[in-house]
Design a protein around this ligand. Sequence first.
Ligand code: AMP
Length: 295
Amino acid sequence: MKIVSDIREMQQLAGHYRQQGKTIGFVPTMGYLHEGHLSLMRRARPQCDILVVSIFVNPTQFGPNEDFERYPRDFDRDERLCREVGVDVVFYPTADAMYPQPYLTYVHVEKLSETMCGASRPGHFRGVTTVVTKLFNIVQPHIAVFGQKDYQQSLIIRQMVRDLNFDVQIDVAPIVREVDGLAMSSRNKYLSSEERQQALVLYRSLTRAEELIREGERNVDTLLQAMKTVISEAPDARIDYIAIVDAETLEPLSTVRHNTVIALAVYIGTTRLIDNTWIREKDGKLVGQLVSPRQ
Ligand code: AMP
């Protein structure tokens, strides 16, 4: 496994693989890897000849009062995990190399970047789309795998790829959860053991919404109220947003129907966590991804 920090070297290496007719698969991450990240790598592995993983805590996607400085980092462990999964190249650039001064160019996807996480974290998606554009130009992947955990992000990336004619296939992988349902996240490390228990309200509120939908509830206000009730059981939880939206446009809905996404961001103490589920019609019934349908 190669570890490449130099941007030029990564670009030349990618060009060389392409010349040899090899397919490049790519998984961008901010490191501090967990099973969620590894699932993306395992999913990409059989779809490519050369698997590249980037580890880069991207400063431009953090707001001034966010956790850029304290974001967890452990390169040695990440390197070992990448090796175990069969990664070919770890791209590990510095922030100075990615954003040499003066840095003046950003990519912005309108509309989709402005709601939900975009409304709470101004500039966040501009940072994401900018870094993903740069990484695509450097790694030159044929296919890139993202996680549904960041549903809005995956939609914005798909839109950007379409709008800017990137020749990259975007694959989105399911959310990997802890055994009790908490979506895996590098930020879970911030939680005290008491908060870790309370963090389950995200999963529980989504599960509750799915149950109600399975029982026939379609009214969004009723579902939102039920989710809020579940979340209020955690004394240190503060809702940032709950969104019940069209899965393609992210427009708010008043009635749940095929292709609805229920997404939420909740602070547990000072840690902001996100989660979501996708409601689709199967065999004439609306089903989510969390609660398995009764036989
Ligand atoms: P991050 O390092 O948090 O920026 O995440 C890098 C990639 O891993 C993104 O595409 C995320 O959506 C994905 N990811 C993060 N957590 C999970 C998870 N629990 N399950 C699946 N994918 C995830």
